[in-house]
Design a protein around this ligand. Structure first.
Ligand code: FES
Ligand SMILES: [Fe+2]
Length: 320
């Protein structure tokens, strides 16, 4: 484990699938250099706290969760959902020890997210076309041997869409922003047929795709395709300085009534998620071991990346 502290933008980060976190057992989070753990409190809500006990530094992922409180395996101090010390065994009940660091957490779309920071600078972003909580969602995870920064700019690199994704940009991207923590790019692209994947996209979608990218906090990327009902979220998280993970999630509201319509909708959602992963496949090899260096960007071809990079630079950063 690398002891050097890395700082990342204050944002919402995906940690794991909801089903990975069982009640009664702490879970070591494969993110942020393994410095955090998750556990479910009595009401089932997830809590993210620091991994090492402030008493003598014991690894709390080896602890137990009893009635929603996390118990250290060594001297049995217990911690509540906000990381507060509840009990120091052997001492008067009024005497408490120091607590654990705790982070805002939310469970959405079958995933658990945390906010890197004490108080969110922006709310958990919502999809422009999804009302309330989504009715259906599917999420897939991918682990990459890629430094985190190499992964982030990919969505805004419109230039590479033609080179490796068989998409031809047909009008210059329009970019705007609705807050200091948000950047939007909208563009249209033509689907060029080269792979089975492209045929499927044309069949289920359209020959021309109108896409809007809404990026929050640098890593929370909502992709809306105007011509289809697809709402896609790509969120990424650093595992350590050399590795990162991302989750691709598709979400939707229930569109039509009836069991058959519902089954079809769920199937379509799954298919969109798998097609989304297939779309990103060529990126995996490219970004592996990549070291981003943006001194030679071209303002005509790489305008989106340049804007994204200055956006990323402007975001407040935190380390764990
Ligand atoms: S190390 Fe955790 S209670 Fe002592
Ligand atoms: Fe890509």
């Amino acid at each position: 484990m690398n002891s050097k502290k890395s700082a990342y933008p204050e944002s919402w980060y995906p940690l794991c699938h909801s089903s990975d976190l069982k009640k009664g057992e702490p879970l070591l989070i494969e993110a942020f250099d393994g410095k955090l753990i998750l556990f479910r409190s009595e009401d089932g809500s997830p809590s993210v706290v620091s991994r090492f006990c402030p008493h003598m530094g014991t690894d709390l992922s080896k602890g137990t969760v009893i009635k929603g409180a996390l118990r250290c395996p060594f001297h049995h101090r217990t911690y509540g959902k906000k990381g507060e010390c509840l009990k120091v065994p052997g001492l008067h009940e009024k005497i408490k020890g120091p607590g654990l660091k705790n982070y805002p957490t939310i469970e959405k779309f079958g995933l658990i997210f945390m906010y890197l920071g004490q108080r969110p600078l922006f709310d958990f972003p919502s999809f422009p076309r999804v009302q309330r909580d989504a009715d259906f969602s599917t999420a897939l995870r991918k682990d990459l041997k890629t430094p985190y920064s190499s992964l982030l700019f990919n969505g805004f690199d419109t230039h590479h869409l033609t080179c490796i994704h068989n998409r031809e940009i047909i009008a210059p991207p329009i970019m705007d922003s609705e807050s200091p923590y948000h950047l939007r790019a909208a563009f249209s692209m033509k689907v060029l047929i080269e792979r089975f994947y492209d045929i499927a996209v044309k069949f289920f979608g359209a020959r021309v795709v109108d896409v809007t990218l809404d990026c929050w906090g640098g890593n929370f990327l909502i992709i809306t395709n105007k011509r289809t009902k697809d709402n896609i979220l790509i969120t990424s998280v650093p595992r350590d300085q050399e590795n990162s993970s991302f989750f691709l999630t598709t979400v939707t509201n229930k569109l039509e009534k009836g069991l058959f319509a519902e089954i079809l909708q769920r199937l379509r959602l799954k298919l969109t998620t798998y097609l989304g992963m297939a779309f990103l496949k060529p990126d995996e090899v490219i970004v592996e071991e990549m070291r981003p260096d943006f001194r030679s960007l071209h303002p005509q071809q790489d305008l989106c990346v340049m804007k994204f990079w200055s956006f990323l630079d402007s975001l407040p950063k935190k380390s764990i």
